[in-house]
Design a protein around this ligand. Structure first.
Ligand code: ADP
Length: 562
């Protein structure tokens, strides 16, 4: 038959549906095969762990199938409840009560299934299987397994006695035996199954993978040796030597955490069942072994959880400290970059003033020469000023670079009046040109400060420069004043001006880098000044708005303060 384009289109349109059908079919097949595996596993474990019945109820002293079913119901929810019920029913029909009426078998299987669902959901409520492996969840598991085993044993035994019409005399002894069997089954099989079906499970990162084969081999060999000693030395002495089983279990739990503990307990239980089958002990022996196995299992699981938690904490600690190291490195890099850019900006800022002064002096010299009016003295004076400015520039560059590169401060005792007259000298021409009066109000006998002269000079330069900028556009009288006084271990220095004050929008960001209201400003002067003052152990702040007063403190020479 010829294929038309319409056929192709129809086939394409139908394709997604078919794909969905296939996915559904695949899901269904997977569900069925898993249910079947659970059913078979349940029956197999029930049969394989059979030792003998405790009359009159078909109770046997080991129930790993209960542990398996509880784990799978806990991990996957009610989806596997039918498979569990089928397993329990098949076990009634084939193993436990073959001759009984079907109704009895169904009711007993149902009672047990409901109990197992209840246990699984109690575990889910406490966060299982997600929380598996912590000490807290292991304690929760013990509590739920103990209470759950009581529920399942009571439900099963009482239902069985009721439907078969047997006398209730043996109720509590049968309940006790089934309780031990179910609790032991859960301790042995539930954590192991949960680990096997959960995605992290045995691949948990906390235990080293490198020595796995070695650890398992050591465990297997020592388990066999201990079992040979225990079972080879007769019933009475064997029971006394049972504590030896702790040794291989402790070692595997400590070395491999909960996963090691779970595998170890399951292997030990299997080995003991096999040994008891070969040895044909009586029910009293089995009960004794059951109680000891329960204690052994609980201790081992707890130990495994503790070891796992410890290792996890250690890994977390290592991860955090690696992270911290990386952060510190990043911080150091960022600080270096910031320091580099701050150095560059500071240098540019600090050099612009003396360079323009040098330019002015040089131009004046050239003009004098051009006119031919300059006396050698005048020329010498101009050249001296150029030399002084360039020396100041060099020293400033050097000291600022040192400070930002290494944080070095060349401290020396310095007169506050000297600091004020230095800045006045450097600014004299500008102040005169703009008609700004400059006053210094520093007491004669004020203490010396312990500072880097060049760096504090930079601070004063910035503050007086800003004051001059502010005053320049203001109406007369125009003035700037430096005042100083002692305050405890510090000298407090004010730079006050008659300018219009700080612009309102500027007040918050005054000391932030790059904040400026000037067309040619860099907005770094105050940020740099504050960095330098802080490095000296002082504080720089805007003390008053009117008249504008910037105040900073410097340590007095000889005081204990840095
Ligand atoms: P820049 O001088 O490059 O602008 P600064 O950090 O030194 O950078 O100053 C930041 C801003 O603070 C200035 O642009 C100005 O608006 C304001 N400012 C600083 N000092 C004064 C002052 N004495 N009077 C008025 N405003 C000032």
């Amino acid at each position: 038959m010829a294929t038309t384009p319409d056929d192709v289109r129809r086939a394409l349109e139908a394709a997604p549906e078919r794909r969905i059908d296939r996915t559904h079919a695949h899901e269904a097949a997977r569900y069925l095969s898993r249910s079947l595996a659970l059913f078979a596993g349940y029956l197999l474990l029930d049969g394989a762990s059979f030792l003998f019945w405790v009359d009159p109820v078909p109770v046997k002293p080991w129930n790993p199938q209960v542990g398996l079913a509880v784990a799978l119901l806990c991990a996957a929810g009610l989806r596997f409840a039918p498979a569990v019920f089928a397993g329990a029913l098949a076990s009634e029909i084939l193993l436990r009560s073959p001759g009984h009426p079907a109704a009895v078998q169904v009711v007993c299987a149902l009672a047990l299934t409901i109990a197992m669902i209840a246990i699984a959901f109690a575990l889910r409520r406490r966060g299982f299987p997600r929380v598996l492996g912590t000490v807290r969840s292991t304690r929760d598991f013990f509590a739920i397994a103990a209470a759950g085993a009581l529920l399942s044993s009571f439900a099963y035994v009482s239902t069985s006695l009721a439907v078969t019409g047997a006398p209730f005399d043996a109720l509590w002894s049968s309940v006790l035996h089934k309780w031990l069997g179910d609790a032991l089954g859960m301790v042995g099989a539930t954590p192991l199954t949960l680990l096997a079906v959960s995605p992290r499970g045995f691949r948990a990162p906390e235990m080293p993978r490198s020595t796995l084969a070695f650890d398992l081999a050591v465990f297997a060999v020592s388990l066999l040796i201990v079992l040979a000693v225990v079972f080879g030395s007769g019933p009475i002495r064997g029971e006394r030597l049972f504590y030896l089983l702790f040794l291989p279990l402790i070692v595997i739990a400590v070395r491999r955490g909960l996963a090691g503990a779970a595998v170890g307990i399951a292997a030990t239980q299997v080995a003991i069942i096999v040994a008891l089958r070969i040895d044909q002990r009586t029910i009293e022996d089995a009960t004794g072994y059951q109680i000891m196995m329960l204690a052994l299992g609980a201790t081992t699981l707890l130990l495994g959880a503790v070891a796992g938690e410890r290792r996890r904490t250690q890994l977390e600690l290592e991860r955090r400290s690696a992270e911290l190291r990386a952060q510190q490195q990043a911080l150091a890099d960022a600080m270096r970059v910031a320091a580099a850019s701050e150095t560059a900006s500071t240098l540019a800022h600090e050099m612009s003033q003396p360079l323009s002064a040098i330019g002015t002096y040089a131009r004046a010299g050239v003009e004098m020469l051009r006119r031919g009016t300059a006396s050698p003295d005048e020329l010498n004076n101009v050249l001296q000023r150029i030399v002084a400015e360039s020396a100041r520039t060099r020293e400033t560059v050097q000291r600022i670079r040192d400070f930002f590169r290494t944080g070095v401060i060349h401290r020396e005792p310095v007169e506050v009046r000297r600091l004020a007259s230095d800045v006045e000298g450097a600014m004299r021409d500008r102040l005169r040109a703009e008609g700004i009066a400059f006053g210094v109000d520093v007491p004669e006998r004020i203490a010396q400060v312990d500072v880097d002269r060049v760096q504090v000079g930079t601070v004063l330069h910035n503050l007086v420069g800003n004051a001059a900028d502010a005053v320049a556009g203001a109406p007369a009288p125009r003035w700037i004043r430096i005042a100083a006084r002692e305050r405890g271990p510090h000298v407090e220095i004010d730079v006050i001006d008659s300018g219009p004050g700080i612009e309102p929008g500027m007040r918050e960001a005054l000391f932030e880098p790059l904040a400026t209201t000037k067309p040619t400003g860099m907005g770094l002067g105050l940020a740099i000044a504050r960095t330098l003052v802080t490095a000296h152990g002082g504080r720089l702040e805007l003390a008053h708005l009117h008249p504008t007063t910037f105040r900073f403190t410097l340590p007095i020479h000889g005081s204990d303060e840095p």
